[in-house]
Design a protein around this ligand. Structure first.
Ligand code: FAD
Length: 395
């Protein structure tokens, strides 16, 4: 008889697992809290071992055709003067087949490849009861079900993790920074380009891709101890405006656009660190298990690789769940650790503290920009990302 798997969360991790398990003959259901599949969104990278996973899914060519095609990245000062400019892949730490895609495009690709999966949108798990022989589930909609296994692929603030492992406060480690992302009009007329502004403790960037007519603004700032969970959208917009009130370049215009937008992603940069990713017949995947934060640039790749490894271990012979989960974790944990370590290291480069340090960083960028072989130099600086992206052998 087919084994039944309930996956909570229809993000990259949940959809990739649905694709991987569907091919291996599992009876798979994805329950996603959002009312419909998400389109668009911000851009994400698929690097290293994750490229191999897309290849094994037969999706690499399709993914390539969905590249954002961002071809230039620049850093500017408060007056908008360019301190440094380089090609998009070097700027984003990508090589060879690595690809930058919109998150929504990757979702659609994986969703369409997930074949016979049953998708339930606009619902979520309310209770879980692991009987030893299966998991009894009650959904918020009031429906119930019984599954052989439940996978929490429901992101940083995973509902499955809360139900089966404990409260967020046991596992979330705040890195002391916040980020916000919004869709904004392309006022700078950017053509497949990204521009980053560095202020003291506050970075703002805007980019336009080949696949969206508008632009995306992203703000990353140092905010140790800030708890923004209880703030509503207007309060978040106000907090952002206050934080960036002194900044130059086109930050005031970006803030005005953010004040008008109705979809503001706003959260602390927090990592998930857990002693174990499984309990009985319940297992965690992707950000729910080991969120590395946007600063690592590797969350999407971790989700893809984790889905592949978990599916392989679950389909090995008549895998006993506890043995399959242990094998999944022992293969994935060093890879997750290596990529998580990038987050705290990268964020210090992305957000520069103090006016003097900002001046120094801009001066160094200006000097480096004039040197021959600057692209090689930057590629060397992003070598740790490439090492971490390949720190797993998929056989
Ligand atoms: C601004 C930003 C920029 C980023 N940039 C990059 C980048 O450049 N490169 C990169 O690799 N990664 C990047 N990331 C990280 C990347 O988006 C995530 O690491 C990756 O999407 C993890 O996928 P996931 O499926 O585990 O989680 P998510 O993408 O968070 O998906 C979880 C899904 O579960 C759903 N959900 C949540 N709670 C429930 C519930 N209780 N029940 C049912 N469904 C639920 C959510 O609606 C969502 O669809 C970035 C993240 C952010 C926020």
């Amino acid at each position: 008889m087919k084994r039944s798997v309930l996956i909570s969360g229809g993000g990259v991790a949940g959809l990739a697992l649905a694709e991987r398990l569907g091919r291996r003959g599992f009876d798979t259901t994805v329950v996603e809290r959002a009312a419909a599949p998400r389109s668009g969104g911000y851009k994400v990278d698929v690097r290293g071992a994750a490229v191999t996973v897309l290849e094994r899914m037969g999706l690499l060519e399709a993914a390539r055709s969905l590249r954002t095609e961002v071809r230039r990245g620049s850093v500017v000062d408060a007056k908008g003067r360019k301190a440094s400019s380089m090609d998009g892949d070097t700027f984003g730490g990508r090589v060879h087949d690595d690809a930058e895609l919109l998150r929504g495009d990757l979702h659609r690709l994986l969703h369409d490849a997930a074949g016979d999966t049953a998708f339930v949108y606009g619902d979520e798990i309310r209770t879980l009861r692991d009987t030893g022989a299966g998991v009894e589930v009650e959904f918020a909609s009031g429906t119930t079900g019984r599954y052989d296994l439940v996978v929490g692929a429901d992101g940083l603030r995973s509902g499955v993790r809360r139900l089966a492992f404990g409260p967020d406060s046991d596992f979330l480690h705040d890195l002391g920074y916040h980020n916000a992302v919004a869709a904004v009009p392309n006022r700078l007329g950017l053509d497949r380009e990204e521009v980053t502004y560095i202020g003291p403790g506050r970075t703002a960037l805007v980019y336009a891709t080949a696949r969206q007519s508008d632009a995306r603004a992203m703000f990353l700032w140092s905010a140790p101890g800030l708890d923004s969970r209880g703030l509503d959208r207007a309060e978040r917009q106000r907090l952002l405006a206050e934080t960036y009130a002194e900044e130059g370049w086109c930050v005031p215009e970006l803030l005005a656009d953010v004040a008008d937008c109705d979809d503001l992603l706003f959260d602390a940069l927090s990592q998930v660190r857990m002693g174990s990713w499984s309990s009985g017949r319940v297992v965690l995947l992707g950000d729910a298990a080991h969120c590395a934060t946007a600063a690592s640039g590797q969350g999407t790749s971790l989700a893809l690789v984790g889905a592949h490894v978990l599916a392989e271990e679950l389909s090995a012979a008549d895998a006993i769940p506890s043995a399959a989960f242990a094998a999944y974790e022992s293969r994935m944990r060093p890879f997750a650790d290596a990529n998580q370590a990038l987050g705290p290291a990268n964020i210090k480069r992305m957000v520069v503290g103090g006016r003097a340090r900002v001046r120094m960083a801009l001066t160094m960028l200006r000097v480096a920009d004039k040197l021959p072989g600057k692209e090689r130099m930057l590629a060397a600086m992003t070598a740790p990302i490439r090492r971490a992206a390949n720190a797993i052998d998929l056989g």
